[in-house]
Ligand binder design. Structure first.
Ligand code: APR
Ligand code: ZN
Length: 251
């Protein structure tokens, strides 16, 4: 594995534009469960019951209770060494760096990344369906307060500002992400199973455009076949090593 990380570092250190894609695997070491691993969220909860517009329409309070619980857990989580490694990478490559994440846990921002595209939204944002405002909402609520009243118009018709199954992503955001995959020199996929479209298309676009694609994952995924190199290991161990080798290589 070290040899592959060295090879990846050698290529990345000379790159101008780096696009990174992260999934739940990067936050596992921060205590946030993934979705499809053996004790992942979708092994315990049904998507249809908690993460679809239909579920929310039928029982907004129940969906809010589930997200409120997740918010409570995520609020205690801290970025881990993998998150901080990506913050260092952004420091090194500045506006040549872009971070596309499927995670809604805000940990990349806490680790001080700034060029972040949150394709699936953010659990600490609430959207009002009456006045359309989206606002930061870090509060964890008591049951009787759910659904939380809109900060602006006080309506109770609010929802977590996350993307549910069956919903389409913000078109301008996904177009931007596809552009970042197509025009980068290096595409790095970290901790994602590649189970969800259209995000799983991004490494394919990068590979199709002849970019160097490298995957950091604890296991092989559907993205592995599009990667020039696959580095199997825990991101919280492999990424800090990658970044230290890049820094050394750039002198
Ligand atoms: N380091 C690196 N990779 C890891 C680690 C780790 N420490 N732990 C787990 N992984 C990998 C797993 O091998 C798996 O490939 O992280 C991936 C997690 O996959 P999923 O649970 O499917 O999460 P993700 O790919 O982010 O899911 C995509 O699906 O449910 C929706 O909206 C949700 O954004 C999510 C999307
Ligand atoms: Zn409102």
């Amino acid at each position: 594995m070290i040899e592959r990380i060295k090879k990846a570092a050698d290529i990345i250190k000379n790159a101008k534009r780096i696009t990174v894609l992260t999934g739940a695997g990067i936050s596992k070491a921060s205590g946030i469960p993934t979705f499809r691993d053996k004790n992942g969220l979708w092994r315990k909860y049904s998507i249809e019951e908690f993460a679809t517009p239909q579920a929310f329409k039928e029982n907004p309070k129940k969906v809010w209770q589930w997200y409120n619980q997740r918010k409570k857990l995520i609020k205690q989580a801290k970025p881990n060494k993998a998150h901080y490694a990506l913050a260092e990478l952004e420091e090194l490559f500045k506006d040549g760096f872009a971070l596309i994440t499927q995670n809604i846990d805000n940990l990349h921002r806490l680790a001080s990344n700034r060029r972040i595209y949150e394709l699936h939204g953010n659990i600490f944002q609430t959207k009002c369906l009456v006045c359309d405002k989206v606002y930061l909402d870090e509060d964890v609520y008591e049951d009787e307060q759910l659904p939380p009243a809109c900060r602006y118009c006080k309506s109770k018709k609010t929802r977590p500002n996350v993307v549910w199954f069956g919903e389409s992503l913000d078109t301008s955001m996904i177009k931007k992400a596809m552009g970042l995959a197509a025009t980068c020199d290096v595409f790095i996929s970290i901790g994602t199973s590649g189970a969800v479209m259209p995000v799983a298309k991004l490494p394919q676009i990068a590979q199709y455009m002849g970019r160097y694609v490298v995957e950091f994952n604890a296991d092989y995924s559907t993205i592995s076949m599009f990667a020039d190199d696959v580095i199997i290991g825990k991101a919280e161990e492999t990424l800090p090593l990658l970044v230290s080798l890049i820094k050394r290589g750039r002198g």
